[in-house]
Design a protein around this ligand. Sequence first.
Ligand code: SAM
Length: 278
Amino acid sequence: MTNTLPRENWGLTEIADRWSAGEALRQQIFGAATEKMLELASVQVGSRVLDVAAGSGESSLMAARHVGLTGYVLAADISPSMLNVAAEAAHREGLTNVETRVMNAENLALEPDSFDAVISRIALMLFPNPAKALTEMRRVVKPGGKVAVIVFSALEKNPYHGIPFGIVRRLGNIPPPAPGEPWMYALGDPRALEDVYRRAGFLNVSVRALTIQRRFPSAADAIRTMKNSAVDLRELMTRLNDAQREMAWTDIKEQLGQFEGPNGFEAPGEVLIGVGTK
Ligand SMILES: C[S@@+](CC[C@H](N)C(=O)[O-])C[C@H]1O[C@@H](n2cnc3c(N)ncnc32)[C@H](O)[C@@H]1O
């Protein structure tokens, strides 16, 4: 059996709708880390910012609020349906300083030295060639400008995903993805992220870990959300037969129960924020 994960088709409207529905939850989980990414990228009033693989545009809109009317944010993504969600959100909020443009992260159709800062959230590890994408981001940022990204840290540090992945792989006898394979946890080792930054030619490269919390009213809510949103897990589940799948959900419920307490479900997690200067 191949260990290659089927790729999520981000271009599907259905996927964009599902991603859009998770906005409030993502804000709760990644809001503080996103603010840190903007700070590390030196996003400020008047900045021209590029958000690569912006998706439904949450980090683009946060950047747009920082840069104000004298600034500008370009939300770029390979999926037009994700960008439609971003454009509608910007319109609803009256943010006139945001544009969206369909673009492949590994081949940015943009002038060199044309942005003050580049950001990218939970996406770099999904590209077939992250070093190529970072090289492109470096090309379009101005000399002295910064490129900051958020990726997931190691799977073991993110038990909300780590536990179910472990269970499904064990039951289905599915090996982990090969090194270099794009998936959500492909750049979870700080040295791997640092390495792609260096290969892309950045100076002053740094990678820091930031704790995140996944909170839900109950473990049952946590699992319901996981069934709808954990892309790679849903794909892996399709490789199990019905009996194995049922067993997997029983084990997942039991093991994730450890994070349920009097205040509901609370599982720790970790992201990495990488930053480099051109
Ligand atoms: C996990 S989502 C993250 C979206 C957004 N940055 C966020 O944090 O909410 C990954 C995004 O990467 C985009 N994507 C995947 N491959 C891409 C590529 N080669 N070039 C540009 N965008 C890509 C997808 O369309 C999707 O919107």
